[in-house]
Design a protein around this ligand. Structure first.
Ligand code: AP5
Ligand code: MG
Ligand code: ZN
Length: 216
């Protein structure tokens, strides 16, 4: 299956992806995770994208698209993929479409997770992520079993640099201006499935899996 997870910052794309890939057996490809790993490892790409992430701005389309195709052309994506955080602009969606056509491939569905802005701000302020494996928690709603330690790998659980309130508000604005138009774009393509992102995490994962099964 070739899927896209669409939704504003804090909608739960990463949280749902972690659940969905277990059942779907496809790799989870998050452009945000790729950029953060490169920043952490101080690669050339990391140096190039760091200021965009810190300010909550989008990395330029051409660079982002190149990074995504480098990843999608790897062997493990032959059976499909779950894209999280890409595409985020109409030009990125067009570039994805062109690349898929070139390779004789098609998208199956776009899973759109819908959450109101006031909830997003609260979620991102309370979000904590594992420093090593990237597992996602929330101080109130979904805390790690041992305070400050990741359930899966025991590493330290920290706050993401771009989860400071003013950066969060900027990311939401960027989403509304540049990414939200993709809902209409993929509706026209007949690919969109929209879900209420305020449901409990596991219930929502099951609902998404059921809908994907039904649409086969
Ligand atoms: P990225 O890492 O993609 O960030 P984002 O889109 O802002 O999304 P988040 O990761 O913040 O939220 P999420 O939807 O994954 O929510 P999560 O599951 O963590 O991108 C970061 C940056 O990279 C961008 O700003 C940009 O600079 C750059 N970038 C990335 N892709 C790009 C692209 N294509 N083009 C250009 N630039 C790009 O959940 C959030 C919180 O809510 C957690 O605490 C979680 O526990 C909680 N939660 C989740 N689900 C529920 C639920 N159902 N109920 C209650 N709480 C929940
Ligand atoms: Mg995420
Ligand atoms: Zn971990």
């Amino acid at each position: 299956m070739r899927l896209i997870l669409l939704g504003p910052p804090g909608a739960g794309k990463g949280t749902q992806a972690a659940n969905l890939i277990d059942s779907l057996n496809i790799p989870h490809i998050s452009t945000g995770d790729i950029f953060r790993a490169n920043i952490k490892n101080e690669t050339e790409l990391g140096k190039e994208v760091k200021s965009y992430l810190n300010e909550g701005k989008l990395v330029p389309d051409e660079l982002t698209t190149r990074v995504v195709w480098d990843r999608l052309d790897q062997e493990d994506c032959k059976c499909g993929f779950l894209l999280d955080g890409f595409p985020r602009t109409i030009p990125q969606a067009e570039a994805l479409k062109a690349g898929l056509i070139e390779r004789g491939l098609e998208l199956d569905k776009v899973v759109n997770i819908d959450v109101d802005t006031d909830i997003l701000v609260k979620r991102l302020a309370g979000r904590r992520v594992c420093k090593s494996c990237g597992a996602t928690y929330h101080v109130a709603g979904n805390p790690p079993k041992v305070d400050g330690k990741c359930d899966s790998c025991d590493s330290e659980v920290i706050q993401r640099d771009d989860d400071k309130e003013e950066t969060v508000l900027n990311r939401i604005k960027v989403y509304e201006n540049q990414t939200q138009p993709l809902i209409n774009y993929y509706t026209k393509e007949g690919l969109i499935l929209t879900f209420d992102g305020t449901k409990p995490i596991d219930e929502l994962s099951q609902e998404i899996l059921d809908a994907l099964n039904e649409s086969k």
